[in-house]
Write a protein that binds this ligand. Sequence first.
Ligand code: NAP
Ligand code: ZN
Ligand code: ZN
Length: 345
Amino acid sequence: MRTTVGWGADGPAAVLRRVPVERRDLRPDDLAVRVDYCGVCHTDLHAVHAHSGGTTLVPGHEFTGVVTEVGPEVTRFAVGDPVGVGNIVDSCGECAMCRADQENFCHTFPTLTYGGTDRHDGSATLGGYSREYIVRDGFAYPLPAGLDPAAAAPLLCAGITVWEPLRALGVGPGSRVAVAGLGGLGHLAVRFAVALGADTTVISRSADKADDARRLGAHDLIDSTDPDRLAAARDRFDVVIDTISAPHDLGPYLRLVAMDGTLSQVGYLGEVTIETMDLLAGRKRLSSAGSGGRAATAAMLDFCAEHGVTADIELLPSARVNEAFDRLQRNDVRYRFVLDLSDLS
Ligand SMILES: NC(=O)c1ccc[n+]([C@@H]2O[C@H](COP(=O)([O-])OP(=O)(O)OC[C@H]3O[C@@H](n4cnc5c(N)ncnc54)[C@H](OP(=O)(O)O)[C@@H]3O)[C@@H](O)[C@H]2O)c1
Ligand SMILES: [Zn+2]
Ligand SMILES: [Zn+2]
């Protein structure tokens, strides 16, 4: 084992504190990554709040850094390469989902970057709010030249989570797309939809984000607290990507979907209640998604390099992680906090 440093939570109410983080010695197909930048995902906040204690939770599942060491079987990476790692770090590699390049839906459940269980030694995985991460080479991604490593970090969770449904639902020139919730996932969904050629609208309860929405390329922002505006947009969108982080009624968002269109609910994950009539009237579809397969993640990064897509970030020294959590909780971020881990060296 080797020891690095990170930020961990001991229980739901706990603030994150500086903790030692044990990492495995490299296996033949492992890389050691010096973590430079790690995005703060709303899932990290949910995870800390849900953490019952007893162990230390180290969040962080969208990070970029540099390869510092490689195992003897690693051929795709060399020391010094810039890389990114997202929210899954292993899968069975054999089931139908893995064979279809959807490791994110692996029948044995993919190994999560933190809060997961390592497939070889049964240890709990600890995330990227730390200076070093050890990862199987197949679950690290070369970072294309031209992508700023700090602003690219959020692509590895927030980005791929909205990229996959947009692609799977065939969004392209002429599509009418709405993005509900303009946060970390939402602002990247807008950038992707616009870059794919879609006519894109933001649905937000924060009317003061209208200028940002337009700067991101959206054509309009509909205030979700205004029933008249929602009613006027009925049946208007082929695809609605819902990234809202809190439990909410899906009815108003289903009513925005056009005939045979889809509401993809990727934000708050949990039980929802649907009024069947909201699906019936217009033969509408409800779906969800999470993370992405390895092939799609690599394709997304290439697309981002080609189209200049990265996140709007506020970069903070990692020692200010608790401030980032407080502000994320209050919806006070435009549009992603990224931790600079260099203060842990
Ligand atoms: N499916 C997956 O694999 C996956 C991956 C990553 C994250 N997630 C989940 O996706 C959600 C969004 O994550 P994020 O990092 O983008 O969060 P975020 O940056 O906090 O953005 C969430 C946005 O949702 C809107 N919102 C928040 N609370 C709301 C409420 N009570 N009612 C209506 N709108 C509300 C706000 O947008 P406006 O101000 O514009 O209204 C906010 O900016 C989280 O629940 C996260 O856990 C899922
Ligand atoms: Zn995430
Ligand atoms: Zn599998």
